[in-house]
Design a protein around this ligand. Structure first.
Ligand SMILES: *Cc1c(COP(=O)(O)O)cnc(C)c1O
Length: 368
């Protein structure tokens, strides 16, 4: 079967070039006579693979020297717990609630410290990013979800936060669905974390970029499992236990592909072009409309509805998703919380794929 255009929210499409390279190296990687899947993570053959992946993360995101780059397991969801468990000092943190993933992060943090939710966009089904005035408070950190995968919104600014004494409060952000989709000034953050399966790699690894002074020497939460301590992983170069070797290898390949295509800036240009084309189409259609408000729109995840309501909408959405799949445009069903459809157009999605989707949508609108 021919390759489809895959609009999945995650795990999501990978660059074809990367898959072909991985296929060519499947049985013999770099003349070792082994697949990367079979290598010891402590072998001479594997060492350069993880080292190169880290070097590329540092290069493409211009990670400052005083930050650690960690490759962890347990997904972004494990970071929801690791953040409060490691960053707790006075015992109070601020969160902004912009959707499902924020809520999950908040619920997890509440197990370990007091959470102040300073702003939310729940009043309008999370269809916008609230304007957060400069935060002043005695918070251990401020957490927000940079790109809201389900709601299709993205922060267009970095919030400011200071303690009453004027010192900086570390910003922590979940960048799972937007990492390396555009440049990001890491120095503005204490921690940036991202599950890899949207923009970086297959599922199985979580990228954590953390400022060194935020890694506690002794854990503030008693009996924190060893695997949930940043220090353990930082001191061991992400090799305290067996890392997800193959996924890290794949991430290295995706990062090389990003570098070859202009790095974070190249991705931003490519993604802006795709998103502009798609939003323009939606904004000028009388059949479809985007759910996210202008000014808060994601470049990566675009939920949209048709003009139909209620049961009619349910039927038309189902028809859309089935006919799109038959036309080689897959994984377009919307999340149940937003309804309708959602096109996730991460880095690996080509402009050609977006154009094919729009052409299909136009035909579908005329027929329905
Ligand atoms: C997908 C996603 C998650 C969950 O990631 P896991 O790796 O499955 O735990 C968390 N936050 C955001 C923004 C996501 O898009």
């Amino acid at each position: 079967m021919a390759r489809v255009f895959n609009f999945s929210a995650g795990p999501s499409a990978l660059p074809e070039e990367v898959l072909n390279e991985a296929a060519a190296e499947m049985l013999d990687c770099n003349g070792t006579g082994q697949s990367v899947m079979e290598m010891s993570h402590r072998s001479k053959a594997y060492e350069p693979i993880i080292a190169e992946c880290e070097a590329l993360v540092r290069e493409l995101l211009a990670v400052p020297e005083n930050y650690k780059v960690l490759f962890l397991q347990g997904g972004a969801s494990t970071q929801f717990a690791m953040i409060p468990m490691n960053l707790k000092k006075n015992g109070k943190a601020a969160y902004i609630n912009t959707g499902v993933w924020s809520k999950k992060a908040i619920a997890e943090a509440k197990k370990y410290l007091t959470v102040d939710v300073l702003a939310t966009s729940e009043d309008k089904t999370f269809s916008y990013i609230p304007k957060v005035e400069p935060i002043v408070g005695d918070y251990d950190y401020v957490h927000y979800t940079m790109n809201n995968t389900i709601m299709g919104t993205k922060w267009s600014y970095i919030p400011e936060a200071k303690r009453p004494d004027g010192s900086e409060i570390p910003l922590v952000t979940d960048a799972s669905s937007c990492i390396l989709s555009e440049p990001l000034d890491i120095s503005k953050f204490g921690v940036v974390y991202a599950g890899a399966q949207k923009n970086l790699a297959p599922a199985g690894v979580t990228l954590v970029i953390i400022r060194e002074d935020l890694i506690p020497e002794t854990m503030p939460v008693e009996n924190t499992p060893t695997m949930l301590q940043y220090k353990i992983h930082a001191d061991a170069g992400s090799m305290y236990n067996t890392p997800p070797c193959y996924t890290i290898y794949m991430m290295g390949k995706v990062l090389k592909w990003i570098k070859k295509n202009g790095g974070a800036e190249g991705m931003a240009k490519r993604n802006q072009e795709k998103a502009d084309l798609f939003y323009d189409y939606l904004d000028n259609s009388d059949f479809y409309h985007a759910t996210a408000e202008k000014g808060s729109r994601s470049l990566m995840n675009i939920p949209f509805l048709t003009k139909y309501d209620g049961e009619e909408a349910t039927a038309i959405n189902k028809k859309f998703v089935a006919e799109a799949a038959a036309a080689g445009l897959v994984n377009l069903a919307g999340h149940r919380l937003v309804g309708g459809m959602r096109a996730s157009i991460y880095n690996a999605m080509s402009l050609e794929g977006v154009k094919a989707l729009i052409a299909f949508m136009d035909k579908f609108a005329k027929e329905n």
